[in-house]
Design a protein around this ligand. Structure first.
Ligand code: NAD
Ligand code: UFG
Length: 336
């Protein structure tokens, strides 16, 4: 089965391509390399012995979309491409709505013209906003989001809902990721953020490797066991497998399918720091700082729907997430 993977050179997309090849699927990548490097292709080849067909281009370019759909017989699309930095989205909302919302509409329009009916979309737990209670299940209300990035994900979800309603033959799957972390266990592929990392795990990894002096812990006065924020960290390899499970279970089944992809367990910032210290064998310097605006206290997934309907469950714990991130970061201190 041939699958168009938009954003397949990025962090989650590249790991998903490796797992797809291992599972006998054929990824075809479309990526404009705005947040990734071409070196990823070689790493995929080193791990799998195969190099996916790669189109360098933009999801908003109708010509390249039509070219791909006419040159390749695509069965399904996994749509990772997009911009994802919360802070930047506040500064540049137009770019975020253009890339994430308009880009997705262009992609779906081209799919419809080509008669491709199966789409898996990278959504985020951010669509739940600040939930009234945890764990969060798929019926928890969405839309109460506080930044343009999150709103773009929510808007795309709503657009896709309407599109699927009007085209009932389509299979559209919204995968709401919790906090993806970790790296390929070989240490050859991982997250390679440009500039100062926004997210916790890559920041800790850069402190561990000596690229940054200390971690700022944003808030230790939350109503959580140790006062720091609690999240549901999920290993990127588990997340990658979740996409394959979704394609297998519902990729050919018409309807709108929605799944949380998380582990169902929350970990605090300080627990993540401890796990990373154990992995790298030395302390991680940190300072307690004020809360980061817009952050919520705690967030973790009810994963029972994915377990039941996708026959998928996260296998890796926080220890493995830290160990694999460290293996990648220490072998590639400057990324790719
Ligand atoms: P990433 O930035 O590493 O990967 C995205 C890829 O898309 C990059 O390779 C980038 O070059 C490409 N891209 C961006 N805009 C494009 C465009 N217009 N045309 C073609 N290619 C384009 O990000 P990631 O962490 O792998 O995230 C993948 C998806 O998952 C994103 O949609 C993101 O919003 C979503 N997501 C990520 C997280 C997370 O914490 N990493 C959490 C929830 C959801
Ligand atoms: N944190 C720190 N210091 C840092 C970075 C983060 O203390 O330098 C804390 C945050 O305050 C939070 C936790 O670590 O308590 C996790 O923060 P991240 O930025 O890693 O992740 P978020 O949960 O804030 O957001 C992430 C993605 C969003 C996505 C969301 C849900 O950045 O895009 O997960 O999937 F929407």
């Amino acid at each position: 089965m041939k699958v168009l993977v938009t954003g397949g050179m990025g962090y989650i997309g590249s790991h998903t391509c490796v797992q797809m090849i291992e599972a006998g699927l054929e990824p075809v990548i479309l990526d404009n390399l705005c947040n990734s490097k071409e070196a990823v292709l070689e790493r995929i080849n080193q791990l799998t012995g195969k190099t996916p067909v790669f189109y360098q281009g933009d999801i908003r370019d109708r010509e390249i979309l039509d070219q791909i759909f006419s040159e390749q017989s695509i069965d399904s699309v996994i749509h990772f491409a997009g911009l994802k930095a919360v802070g930047e989205s506040v500064e540049k909302p137009l770019e975020y709505y253009d890339n994430n919302v308009h880009g997705t509409l262009m992609l779906v329009d081209a799919m419809k013209s080509a008669g491709v009916n199966s789409l898996v979309f990278s959504s985020s737990a951010t669509v739940y906003g600040d939930p009234a209670e945890v764990p969060i299940n798929e019926n928890t209300p969405t839309g109460n989001v506080t930044n343009p990035y999150g709103r773009s994900k929510y808007m795309v979800e709503e657009c896709l809902r309407d599109i699927q309603y009007a085209a009932p033959e389509m299979s559209i799957t919204l995968l709401r990721y919790f906090n993806p972390v970790g790296a390929h266990p070989s240490g050859t592929m991982g997250e390679d953020p440009q500039g100062i990392p926004n997210n916790l795990m890559p920041f800790i990894a850069q402190v561990a490797v000596g690229r940054r002096e200390f971690l700022s812990v944003f808030g230790n006065d939350y109503p959580t066991p140790d006062g720091t924020g609690v999240r549901d960290y999920i290993h990127v390899m588990d997340l990658a497998d979740g996409h394959i499970a979704a394609l297998n279970a519902v990729g050919k089944k018409d309807g709108l399918h929605i799944f949380n992809l998380g582990t169902g367990k929350g970990s605090s910032v300080l627990e993540m720091v401890d796990a990373f210290s154990d992995a790298c064998g030395h302390d991680i310097a940190y300072k307690l700082c004020p809360r980061r605006p817009g952050d919520i206290a705690e967030c973790w997934a009810d994963t029972s729907k994915a377990t039941k309907e996708l026959n998928w469950e996260a296998k890796f714990d926080v220890k493995a997430m830290a160990a694999d991130t460290w293996r990648w970061q220490s072998a590639n201190p400057k990324g790719y």
